[in-house]
Design a protein around this ligand. Structure first.
Ligand code: RI2
Length: 323
């Protein structure tokens, strides 16, 4: 087993060598597990402090995908276990393993549920590179459904390339298009299927920049939009009014600095994500089943285990005290 060190993992998440909301979450859990194991004969207070520091370093890497803080929160709850550092250490390791296992299981479950929403002969449009959205398509294809996919290029990081390689490997007939061609092809499409970086309490989906344009185009053409999202992509803190921060990445990803440098009046903007309102989404497929986006609160309440007392503590509401 290759050990995942925290600084190395944090760097890879930041540079997007490790990317995709689910993969980021699993990598963070693995890094916390290995970091905990690396603390030999730890002193109680020092162990907890060091784990908190490492957790903060991981969470600070990318601000939008809520799977990252949710995974870290799940693993770090192990710090509360037992009296000694060894007990806390064992609990952190156990919880990290549990998160990774259940995340992989969630992808399989969503593939199974999502594939049932794909009919034989469907043409599906996807945007960006979503492990879960692709798993649904591959499962549908594997079960004998003849499908065809339109995959966007996804400027500026070209995640569409990863998507078409995966689809090609699976033997699925695929069309590769530039992002701005979505409206030109939407009438050839039966279904839009994308992933999510975050789902808010009002059912809005935060996903790769351009998703909201795709969903808007689909709504205009009366094409259904399905989002594949594990429950740990739902954002508990949106219940108490926290907004999802949209990451803005370096301008050099969009325009090379040697060109940008010659244009003193031009400012390049590079938001990595956008928000698709619930009314443009027909269904969110989670590992607990498919829900209309308006039911996001139920997922947050039932499956994320963040109690209101915890929100208060996190935001220092009510002086951090529970009622
Ligand atoms: P899975 C990605 O973000 C894309 O926005 C993708 O739709 C989403 O994470 C979910 O990915 P980025 O890391 O977890 O490419 O479904 O910025 O793989």
């Amino acid at each position: 087993m290759k050990l995942m060190f925290v600084p190395e993992t944090a760097e890879k998440i930041k540079s997007m060598e490790i990317r995709g909301a689910g993969r980021i979450a699993r990598a963070a859990a693995a890094a916390l597990r290995d970091h905990a194991l690396a603390q030999k004969a730890p002193d109680n207070a020092a162990f907890r402090q060091e784990m908190e520091r490492a957790a903060a370093e991981l969470v600070a890497t990318r601000p939008t995908a809520v799977s990252l803080p949710n995974a870290v929160h799940f693993v770090m709850a192990g710090l509360g276990a037992g009296e000694t550092a060894e007990e806390a250490q064992a609990a952190v390791v156990r919880r990290a393993e549990e998160f990774i296992r259940s995340s992989q299981h969630a992808v399989e479950k969503i593939a199974e549920f999502g594939a049932r929403h794909i009919r034989d002969g469907d043409v599906i449009l996807t945007h960006c590179n979503s492990e879960v959205a692709l798993a649904c398509m591959i499962e549908a294809f594997r079960s004998g459904k003849e499908i065809e996919v339109f995959a966007t290029e996804v400027r500026p990081r070209n995640q569409g390339l990863i998507t078409i390689r995966t689809l090609d490997e699976a033997g699925i007939k695929t069309n590769y298009i530039v992002d701005s061609a979505v409206r030109s092809f939407i009438h050839d499409v039966d279904l839009v299927l994308v992933g999510a970086d975050a789902v808010t309490v009002n059912g809005a989906v935060v996903n790769k920049i351009g998703t909201s344009q795709v969903a808007h185009t689909a709504a205009e053409a009366r094409v259904n939009v399905i989002v594949a999202a594990e429950t740990y992509k739902f954002a508990p803190r949106t219940v108490v009014g926290e907004l999802i921060q949209i990451e803005e990445r370096p301008p050099g990803e969009v325009l090379p600095p040697e060109i940008a440098g010659t244009l003193p009046h031009v400012r390049v903007r590079n938001p990595a994500f956008d928000v698709t309102p619930a009314e443009y989404i027909d269904l969110i497929v989670t590992e607990q089943g498919a829900i209309p986006p308006q039911m996001a609160y139920v997922i947050i309440r039932e499956y994320l285990g963040w109690e209101i007392g915890e929100f208060r503590k996190a935001f220092d509401l009510n002086g951090g005290h529970e009622d």
